[in-house]
Design a protein around this ligand. Structure first.
Ligand SMILES: [Zn+2]
Ligand SMILES: [Zn+2]
Length: 313
């Protein structure tokens, strides 16, 4: 079977985008990804003069692509600084390999790299925390525990090094899944909080430059830039609700190309229409300080401390 040539130049194509109807060669595919990311960065004003941008680098395909893209995009700008930060959660067999990849990519691109571990900061590795949880309660979802602890750590490292933004590698699939999950659960509050707002100064603003690029294309972009794709999944990955939503969305996208994009666009239109920032009562976004660690929280104690307290650490 013959593969149709690149719609733009007639060279052999390497990908077919069902949602756009385009066949693209390597050169035009890379151009297309970079155009989408640059457009997103401009639209959301993600890079400003004098920024010091922390890049959350796990060593996987998404965050590797993010670092490569950023390095290219700010090549000409002397006024923007990049720092890669990685969190070592302490997951035996799995994490050391991806951390090694993160380290070598940062080295190769000549970007300063900071690694901080759960062990150093929380006194226990994720493996140990999960073991404690199992002894005490018989069961705990390692994935959600890890997510909360990692998010806090990334924010704190960014704050410590004086970063003005924290860039994360969420792609279109991640974002579409999160939006749909919140709709399906009827969690309007969380849905609204997804979009950027005026935060307390303790929070470093998070930016997601890859949300307009489908997961498959982020993977291909990484691959074309020499990143080895890890197929092994984290042993604690157990977000069954998200996995169901992912399968549903992929199935739907097959029959109706462009669905993931329209989910994202529709959500953004909604946020624009209701003008979240102006109409919601101030209390909605107001936070108090955690009684245990002092970090901002909507309740008395933050999620991180809640977990740690439960586990007696
Ligand atoms: Zn081409
Ligand atoms: Zn706390």
């Amino acid at each position: 079977m013959e593969v149709p040539p690149c719609t733009k130049c007639g060279s052999p194509s390497i990908i077919f985008q069902r949602y756009s109807g385009l066949h693209l060669c390597k050169k035009h595919f890379i151009e297309d990804v970079e155009r989408k990311v640059k457009r997103r960065i401009r639209k959301k004003r993600m890079i400003e003069q004098g920024d010091k941008i922390a890049i959350a680098l796990s060593g996987g395909k998404d965050s590797s692509a993010l670092l490569i893209l950023f390095k290219k995009i700010i090549k000409m700008r002397k006024d923007v600084e990049l720092v890669a930060i990685s969190v070592d959660e302490g997951i035996a067999e799995y994490r050391p390999k991806t951390l090694e990849k993160a380290k070598s990519l940062a080295d190769k691109l000549n970007v300063p790299h900071i690694i901080r571990s759960f062990e150093d900061v929380y006194g226990n590795s994720l493996d140990e925390l999960v073991e404690k949880a199992e002894k005490r309660y018989g069961w705990m979802r390692g994935c959600s525990l890890c997510g909360v602890l990692r998010k806090r750590l990334l924010n704190n490292i960014s704050r410590e090094i004086g970063a003005t933004k924290l860039a994360v590698g969420h792609n279109l699939d991640d974002e579409a899944q999160t939006i749909l999950m919140n709709y399906l659960r009827g969690d309007v509050e969380r849905l609204l909080r997804l979009s950027p707002r005026k935060e307390r100064e303790e929070f470093i603003p998070r930016i997601k430059p890859l949300v307009e690029v489908p997961e498959k294309e982020v993977a291909l972009y990484s691959l074309l830039h020499g990143v080895e794709i890890e197929h092994e999944e984290c042993p604690y990955a157990s977000e069954s609700y998200r996995f169901d939503v992912r399968d549903f969305l992929n199935y739907f996208e097959m029959g109706h190309p462009g669905t993931k994009y329209s989910l994202l666009r529709g959500y953004e239109k909604l946020i624009d229409m209701i003008g979240v920032m102006d109409t919601l009562p101030k209390e909605f976004f107001e936070l108090s300080s955690c009684v245990r660690c002092g970090e901002p929280t909507s309740g008395k104690m933050c999620k991180v401390c809640e977990f740690l307290e439960k586990l007696g650490t």
